[in-house]
Structure formats: C-alpha cells, structure tokens
Ligand binder design. Structure first.
Ligand code: AMP
Length: 217
C-alpha cells in the first residue's frame, strides 16, 4: 500500500535522509520544495529567479507561488499512484490549509505528519558540515559521513557541493524562520491528531523504524 506523509522539522534535522529511505523502501514519490526550487534556479526560470532572492537570505518564498508549485506536482499521476513524501512543504499554516483543502477535494488520505525533533546545536553542527551531490541528491557530512573520494559522490561519482544557504548567518535565519512559521504547522496537525513526534537525534535507521512502526509496517 502506498504511503502519504509529510516530514516537518528544522533545517538539518534529516528530512532529506528520511525521504530517501522512505522512497527507496516504499516507492513513495518524494516532493521536496527546496529541491524543486533549486532545480528552478538551475534552469534559470522566472520562478527560480524569484525564489533565489528569498532562499539566499534564508527567508520563505511567498505562499502563493509555493502553494501553486507544490499542488501542481501533487496532482501528477505518478504521485497519485505511488503516494508521496512531502519534505519542506507545508512550511506555514497557510500552506498547510491549502494542502488540506486540496487533499480533501481529491479525496486523498494523509497517513501521518512526522515532526522530526532535535536540539538546535545538533542541527547547526549537521548543517555546517553538510555536502550534497549535485546529481542524485545523496547527502554527506564533512566529519560524520565523508564521501570515500573527497568532493565526489560515492553513488554516482558526480561533484559534491555545499549549499549556498548552508552558511552560519543564513542557517541562523532559517532556524528562526522555522520556529516562527513552521512549528505552528506541527500544532495545526496535532489538533487534527495526525502528528507523530520523533526523536531525530537517533540513527536514521531508528528514525525510519519509528515512522514505519507508527504506520503499522
Ligand atoms: P530546504 O531545502 O527545504 O531547506 O529549503 C531551502 C529554502 O527554500 C528555504 O530556506 C526557503 O527559502 C525555500 N523554501 C523551501 N520550501 C519552502 C516552502 N514550503 N515555503 C517557502 N519557502 C520554501
């Protein structure tokens, strides 16, 4: 049976890692708003240009364009068939309400909203050493999970890059934005009894197990 879930948590908490694990093992389709924005930036689209000005400052891209971009992808046949892992969306209560409305209209059932929770020091440490593959998106860490060959992905051999917004000032701003705008999203789903709180300081496999246990898998 396909999985339909949302991953919520501060930057660096491990949403991307969980998304990859869930995708590989359940076949659900990942929909990561940050990844989609970065692809738009690379393709030099109008949306990409607009998004970049916000992303570079660690601020949120406006709700209107973000909601439109994500709901469009949610409507694809592939996502309908395979289920989805929303990562980084919704990030505001307004986005959550727009998503709820869409799911209700389409009669799509949401399994769970996973709130990944960890001490702020840990996420700052994770983000300040994070390196990602420019092609397959695999995530490494300078100290915790270095690639076998420096600067290149173990999986696809493509170059690794530090994200521009993973610098100390922008990291601080992204964390502030998370507490102000995104924490209320967890409360929103708490009130709908859909939130699952998970200790994300644990090993990614433990975190994955907790999510799957909750889903009865
Ligand atoms: P992420 O890769 O999820 O850390 O996202 C990187 C950046 O993209 C964020 O710091 C925001 O500037 C922007 N972004 C991603 N998702 C959203 C969203 N749902 N709403 C607004 N901005 C977003």
């Amino acid at each position: 049976m396909s999985v339909r879930l949302i991953l919520v948590g501060p930057p660096g908490v491990g949403k991307g890692t969980q998304s990859q694990l869930i995708e590989t093992r359940t076949g659900a389709h990942p929909l990561a708003s940050g990844v989609i924005f970065r692809a738009e930036i690379d393709a030099e689209t109008d949306l990409g240009q607009l998004a970049k000005s916000y992303i570079d400052r660690g601020e949120l891209v406006p709700n209107g364009v973000t909601i439109q971009m994500m709901l469009k992808r949610l409507r694809s046949d592939e996502v309908r068939r395979k289920g989805f892992i929303l990562d980084g969306f919704p990030r505001t209560v307004r986005q959550a309400e727009a998503l709820d409305e869409e799911l209700e209209k389409e009669e799509i059932h949401l399994d769970v909203v996973v709130s990944l929770e960890v001490d702020e020091e840990i996420v700052v440490h994770r983000l300040s050493g994070r390196i990602g593959c420019t092609r397959c998106g695999e995530i490494y860490h300078r100290f915790n999970k270095p690639p076998k060959r420096e600067g290149f992905c173990d999986k696809c051999n493509s170059p690794l890059l530090v994200r521009e917004d993973d610098n100390p000032d922008t990291i601080r701003e992204r964390l502030r934005v998370f507490w102000e705008n995104t924490k209320p999203v967890v409360d929103h789903y708490e009130s709908k009894r859909l939130a699952l709180h998970v200790d994300a300081s644990k090993d990614p496999e433990d975190v994955y197990r907790q999510i799957m246990e909750h889903l009865g898998r």
